[in-house]
Design a protein around this ligand. Structure first.
Ligand SMILES: NC(=O)c1ccc[n+]([C@@H]2O[C@H](COP(=O)([O-])OP(=O)(O)OC[C@H]3O[C@@H](n4cnc5c(N)ncnc54)[C@H](O)[C@@H]3O)[C@@H](O)[C@H]2O)c1
Length: 256
């Protein structure tokens, strides 16, 4: 099996860091014409030459529209809705309106804003792939992370519904559950959890690992590999799935 994305045009949101960045680089290496965006210009500027970048806040529908007005006239084959923020780590009664809304806007509203722009193009060509970044928090419960959990369950439902709605037009829609991914964001999540519950960050790190059957953390490149597979012709009949690349997360909150 040798995956090629030659001739494909792909848009990946939040490609400045983490899994979005790893996916942009992987797809570029496989021959795709890659477009990506981020809030953070510095992350974008260090991507390889040949990747087209936009500074764009994907929670802003006008900014998303302006970006797609530039990309879509050349066509599009693959949309990776990757942007998401962790939201606050605190009991629900302490979550502010702003914290709730911000988490919703970046994690789920952005996926709606991007999806509704690419679907007419995909329908016209009778083909297309949409991949949404979910989370184990989108299939399990997670105390003290209520905005993130609500937003990611919305992503799961959006993914399943889009797969059913768009399947007759040969458009495939899948979700990815990344699990515990090594990187800056995981360090921030571990720190916030440790502070909220007044426990050692190393203990939080251990608890997250034992919540998975394989007792593991994974690398952003492993997520990128799965996105490339699902985007390629090898995934041509894979749709409506929420695929874990996570060593199988049994619980996000092991109680010791
Ligand atoms: N890291 C994990 O362990 C983990 C686990 C499960 C799910 N996820 C999900 O996977 C996806 C990618 O996570 P990650 O850890 O690679 O991300 P990350 O936190 O490393 O952030 C990646 C990029 O997103 C950008 N970004 C944030 N808000 C944005 C906005 N409004 N518009 C445009 N760009 C924005 C940031 O500037 C950053 O460069 C997210 O949807 C996340 O919720 C992550």
């Amino acid at each position: 099996m040798q995956i090629s994305l030659e001739g494909k045009r792909v848009m990946i949101t939040a490609g400045g860091a983490g899994m979005g960045r790893a996916t942009a680089i992987a797809m570029h290496k496989l021959g795709a014409a890659v477009f990506t965006c981020d809030l953070d210009e510095s992350g974008l500027s260090s991507l390889p030459d040949g990747i087209t970048t936009f500074v764009c806040d994907v929670s802003d529908p006008a900014a998303v529209d302006a970006m797609f007005d530039q990309i879509l006239p050349g066509g599009l084959d693959i949309m990776v809705n990757n942007a998401g923020i962790g939201g606050p780590t605190k009991p629900v009664e302490e979550v502010s309106n702003e914290e709730w809304q911000q988490c919703m806007s970046v994690c789920i509203d952005s996926q709606f804003y991007c999806t509704r722009r690419v679907v007419p193009v995909f329908k016209a060509q009778q083909s297309g792939v949409i991949i949404n970044l979910v989370s184990a928090a989108g299939i399990l419960g997670f105390p003290n992370r209520s905005p993130y959990v609500a937003a990611k369950w919305a992503v799961s439902g959006f993914t399943k519904s889009m797969a059913m709605e768009l399947g007759p037009d040969n458009i495939r829609v899948n979700g990815i559950v990344p699990g515990n991914v090594n990187g800056d964001r995981m360090e921030r999540v571990i720190q916030a959890h440790a502070e909220a519950e007044d426990i050692d960050p190393q203990e939080v790190r251990r608890l997250y690992a034992i919540g998975t059957s394989m007792q593991c953390y994974v690398d952003p490149e492993e997520i990128a590999d799965m996105i490339c597979f699902l985007s390629s012709d090898y995934g041509r009949h894979v749709s409506g799935q929420i695929v874990g690349v996570d060593g199988f997360t049994e619980t996000l909150y092991p109680r010791t």
